[in-house]
Design a protein around this ligand. Structure first.
Ligand SMILES: C[S@@+](CC[C@H](N)C(=O)[O-])C[C@H]1O[C@@H](n2cnc3c(N)ncnc32)[C@H](O)[C@@H]1O
Length: 248
């Protein structure tokens, strides 16, 4: 008798081409955004292997592998990484390492050993102290000349309109984490089953403060439009924020 096939499968794409995660941590995007593409372009010439944090089914990892990079694909959910490995062409697999685990607390690397790190659409699931730990750890892991690439959601989404007044009040009051939302279902009940309750919408001053304090030189930091997002999530061209930073 043939044993039952227990392999996890990649879900069918949503209407906008995104893929639901298997662990209710949002969606993997259909293709690399401009900052992930900058990681893919840099990865080939990076001074060491490249870490893709929260890689899901490999939207950025597979592109970086195709581009000749050595990639360490990390995710909380090992099933995502198994699917990623199956999607990688056989001739690229010797440059792919799978690393399941909770970034930044449960994974580790020798100091100065990584060429580039991408944290794409993952940090908005972290509270403030976890973002600070991530910044400090990545700075230690990067080799001289290595770069960090971050993409996160901002408070400027179509689905966070009811949160704007709170966000603006917190900014005015000098709150260190003005975009922190403890129960996302209040703002986006439609997606409460595919998102964790804590969401942390990140803005430019918050990212600048955290990454400068951790010892990075910020090369690029700006909000950008997500025409690829579902229509109700789009707002006015400020939906995502991207950061490129190097080690001081
Ligand atoms: C919204 S998806 C983003 C996937 C992909 N990076 C992209 O840009 O489309 C978030 C992914 O990050 C993973 N993730 C969330 N928190 C994580 C953590 N602390 N450490 C590692 N992976 C994490 C989730 O399992 C999920 O696969």
């Amino acid at each position: 008798m043939t044993p039952p096939d227990t392999k996890s499968r990649m879900p069918e794409p949503e209407p906008n081409g995104f893929f639901k995660t298997l662990n209710a941590m949002g969606y993997m995007s259909a293709k690399p955004d401009i900052f992930s593409q900058a990681f893919v372009d840099f990865a080939r010439k990076a001074p060491g292997p490249c870490l893709d944090v929260g890689a899901a089914y490999g939207v950025a990892s597979l592109a970086a592998l195709r581009n000749g990079a050595s990639v360490i694909a990390n995710d909380l959910d090992e099933r995502h990484l198994e699917i990623l490995r199956d999607r990688a062409p056989a001739e690229h697999r010797d440059r792919l390492t799978l690393l399941p685990g909770d970034f930044p607390d449960k994974i580790d690397f020798p100091q100065g050993s990584l060429g580039a790190v991408l944290i794409c659409r993952v940090m908005h699931f972290f509270d403030g102290p976890k973002i600070e730990r991530a910044a400090e750890k990545v700075r230690g892991w990067l080799a001289p000349g290595g770069k960090l690439f971050v993409v996160s959601e901002t408070p400027f989404l179509g689905t966070t309109r009811s949160f704007f007044p709170t966000y603006l009040e917190r900014v005015k009051a000098g709150h260190p984490w003005p975009g922190l939302v403890e129960n996302v279902a209040v703002h986006d009940p439609k997606r409460a089953d595919i998102l964790p309750p804590l969401m942390h919408f990140l803005d430019e001053p918050t990212l600048r403060r955290v990454f400068t304090k951790a010892g990075f030189v910020i090369e690029r930091l700006e909000m950008f439009a997500r025409p690829d997002y579902a229509p109700d999530i789009q707002l006015d061209g400020r939906e995502s924020i991207g950061l490129i930073a190097s080690k001081r």
